[in-house]
Structures are given as C-alpha cells and as structure tokens.
Design a protein around this ligand. Structure first.
Ligand SMILES: [Zn+2]
Length: 296
C-alpha cells in the first residue's frame, strides 16, 4: 500500500533531530511521498532542502498566522523565490496560504485586512505561474470562496487542496466545484468529531486527499488531555508515519478497504498537484537500477 501525505511540516522545530528517522519510519509504513508546505519566508529554504534530501516535494507561501510577523518585503521575497525555483520539479504549489478568522487577534484591524491582502496577492502569484494552491481555512470559508472566485474570474477553476477541511457538505461541494481536493487527517479519528466523520464518509471518494499536518493534529492514539498533561504525560508528536493508521480508520468509516482508499487518494493527490506524477515516475526510475546498468 502506498500513501501520500499531502501536508506535513517535517521541518518543524518539534521534530528537532528526529526528522530523518521520522521520514524513514513513514516510508517503512508505506508513505511514499510527503508534500512540505512552507509557513513564512524564513522556512522556504528549509522545506526546499528537505524535499530534495528525501525525494519529497514542497510549497512556497506565507500562512495567515505568520502575516503579523512578516517583513514588509515578504511578498516580494516570495515572488522572487517562486521565480527562482519555478523550474524545480519538486516545487508543487503556492502554500500554505489562506485566511484565519479563528484566532481573535487576527480578526482585528489591521491584521484582518493584511491577511486578505496577503491571500489575494498569493492567489494571483499562483495564477501567474500556473501553480496549484494549498489553502488554510479557519472560520473563513465564505471570504475564501469569494477570493478564489474573484481571482479565477467567471468559470475559472483551481487546482490544489483545502487542507484540514472542516465545514459543511455544501461548503465542501463549493470547493470541489472549483476544482479543489479536501485534506483529511487525524481529526477524523476522534469519535466526538461527528460532523467531520459524517462529511468524510458522505463526500465522493474523488474529493479526498490524505494529510497529517504533523507535528500538529495528533490522531486519537497520540492525544493527551489537559489533565494527562498536567500529570506530566507528554503530548504525542504527530508524524507522517501515522498516516496509514489514520487512513485505515477513514477507510473503515467509509466501508472500503485501506488499499482502495490509498489508491484513490494517491490518484487524487496527483490531480491536485499536476507536477507530482512526473516527479514520482522520475524518483522511481532513479531508485530502480535498469537492467542495462546492472550488466554493464
Ligand atoms: Zn499546515
């Protein structure tokens, strides 16, 4: 079975020196590829270097949570980085970008307007370079849909992923109609996440991609409650190695085999990220010595 983790932050400080061993553990569990989004100008080089080291891929973008900390020239630095690396087959998309109206301080002026400003500019950048987008959406589905429609123009479509999707079936359909896939991960492993679990089973199979968002969003088996943490237990660190188990739980909810979910979501990831098919084929060809090489 082969899984693709369409969203993990393997460069995050939580992993520290364990990134190589976590990536190896993921591979041993059947995760063949990881897409590493960036969050700010300061980690563009880190995700790019890691993607090249591990035969993975990366995205360039500035998250809404990082807008308050972004330098004045952050967007022009992003544009320059995209121009510089556009020919890099491991650059998959602009991301992660979006709007976050969950965190109270980000809802207020001037950050509310500045988030919008960053989002629109990054969407236009994706259009200009014919790249997909990885969208972060928290309490902001309607303004995000409005921005996507406005930038794409009438009848315009997108490619990419709405990551950690959590909304209604109608909202999900609005995104898939625009061409998006919806990312599901550890959140579906909690029984109390009734609405999300229902959505994850009702959506057509071709709408779904898998992601861990690690080190965040721990699945049920890694989660420690506030009381457990107060008693000294450590919060488990989520990693791409958890993806197959998360996938197995989602497959069970949908009443299909993990194999069928892995195959469908891999296919969907290739649809969301058009550069990925060629990249995977090239990586496989590189790791499998040809008969000619063996005999010469
Ligand atoms: Zn993320």
């Amino acid at each position: 079975m082969r899984w693709i983790d369409t969203h993990c932050h393997l460069d995050a400080p939580e992993f520290g020196a364990t990134t190589p061993s976590q990536r190896a553990r993921a591979a041993a569990n059947g995760v063949m590829h990881c897409v590493l989004p960036s969050i700010a100008v300061t980690n563009f080089e880190a995700v790019r270097a890691l993607a090249h080291q591990n035969s993975d891929s990366y995205c360039l973008g500035i998250t809404p949570m990082n807008v308050p900390y972004a330098a004045d020239d952050a967007l022009s630095q992003l544009t320059a980085a995209v121009q510089r690396h556009h020919g890099d087959p491991r650059l998959m998309a602009i991301g992660e970008i979006g709007l976050d109206f969950f965190l109270p301080e980000l809802c207020k002026s001037p950050w509310r307007e500045r988030q919008q400003d960053f989002f629109y500019t990054q969407l236009r950048l994706a259009r200009a370079h014919d790249l997909p987008v990885v969208v972060h959406s928290r309490r902001a589905v309607d303004p995000i849909l409005k921005a996507l429609r406005q930038v794409a123009g009438p009848g315009g479509r997108w490619r990419g992923v709405v990551h950690a999707f959590n909304g209604s079936l109608q909202q999900a359909q609005a995104f898939t109609k625009l061409g998006f896939k919806l990312g599901f991960g550890g959140a579906v492993t909690y029984e109390r996440a009734r609405q999300l679990r229902t959505l994850a089973t009702e959506l057509p199979l071709d709408a779904i991609v898998m992601e861990t968002d690690s080190p965040d969003m721990p699945p049920r088996w890694l989660y420690k409650s506030a009381e457990q943490r107060a008693a000294g237990e450590q919060q488990g660190i989520n990693s791409p190695a958890e993806l197959p188990r998360i996938g197995a739980e989602l497959a069970a909810l949908r009443g299909i085999t993990p194999e069928a979910l892995a195959a469908a979501t891999t296919h969907n990831a290739l649809d969301a990220f058009p550069r990925l098919a060629a990249l995977l084929a090239a990586d496989v060809a590189r790791s499998t010595p040809s008969p000619l090489q063996e005999t010469s």
